[in-house]
Design a protein around this ligand. Sequence first.
Ligand SMILES: [Mn+2]
Length: 457
Amino acid sequence: MFDKETYAIRRKKLTEKIQHGLIILSGNYTTPFNYASNTFPFRQDSTFLYYIGIDEPGLIALLDTDNGEEYLCGEEPCPDDIIWTGATPTLAQFADMSGINKTINYNQLQMIISKACNKGRKIHFVAPYQAQVSITIGNLLSQHVEKLKSIQSSDLIHAIAEMRKIKEPQEIAEIERAVRTTAIMEQFVIDAATDPACHESENSIRAALFRIFLKEGFFYSFPPIVTTHGEIFHQPFASKERLQKGKILLADIGAESGSHYAGDMTRSVPVGGKFSPKQKEVYNIVLEAQKTVLEVAKPGETWLNVHLAAARIITEGLKEIGIMTGGTDDIINEGAYAMFFPHGIGHLLGLDVHDMENLGEDNFGYSETIKRSHQFGLCNLRYALELKENMTLTNEPGIYFIPYLMQKWKAERRFADFINYDKALKYSDFGGIRIEDDIVITPTGCHILGMEVKKEF
Ligand SMILES: [Mn+2]
């Protein structure tokens, strides 16, 4: 947690932007694993962390933008809680850590909100993603949970996103800590997988990664992806079979710091230590695309243009090895490259690994002038707008050979002028390659966060 002034200043900025009405900022609850007292690891809501900072379940903050009053709502621990889980600070002590001087219980919160509703005052909130929070907000507002999304406050969403997307120096330092631990994890993957006598499996590598972040008192920012099937983006399982020499092991992993800032890196590594010439050709294209992002990303440039600059390198590289053919501009305009690069070049990174995804990417990542594309691949770009100093993002180009997609598009004769299907299908057992680092936008360009991790094999 940062000092209490940090949170007080952020809340003041937020209420000034909103001007009228009440703002509800709900924290998360613990979620049962198989029964109420055996829970999934608790993860606080990131917007609550940003404005309140308290990493404790079952809290709600209420901000009155008309008179500046701030309340922290929660229940005091009962003797049973203290016996089972140890003494925790009182509600007043929690409130004080965040610079809030009024505490209320749930009934008092209900009364304040009902009164405001009766007076026709606006109640600002963000539609919850956690079931228990939905039920609580629904009860407070006497609204059905299904309706919450349609009555959430778009003013609040825009105000939060505008603040959270530009990182304070203390936030960048925290992201850097998360990225440094992530880099140590990637270094482990590289050392283990490139060993000519590699005895590891995907599972044993994952187990070792848990040890690295848990030892730091950190957690993961998303469940680690460690797979020789890099073409399956969110491979749900890992294998306990020994890694096969000659395969490419893709490790997309992220540590989350104690204060819940995320790291997110990917390395694609030759099992046994050496890429085949065919693998190396594709790898070098991805590497060049990644370097291009570092040259192009700067304040004033749109992230959409950065994506397209990377797509151009990938297209030209694939043309050089005979997988694509035709005019580069046409391939990019029509989106044919996305057969091999079907995701965005990167996303905002912060308290969430896909920062603020729960606020709705179209609400802060796109605008009236830059609307989300409907094109296959490009539609997955999570942020498209102008870059500004102190924004933190991932830089993660990739090339994948997805047998299902290649066969489907070939049968449809889709982009037959641009894709050499006979050649592409020869890569059906290739897998996928992605290289990902985290960057911060500086006054004149950008630089990589954390420490350099080997990329040349
Ligand atoms: Mn990422």
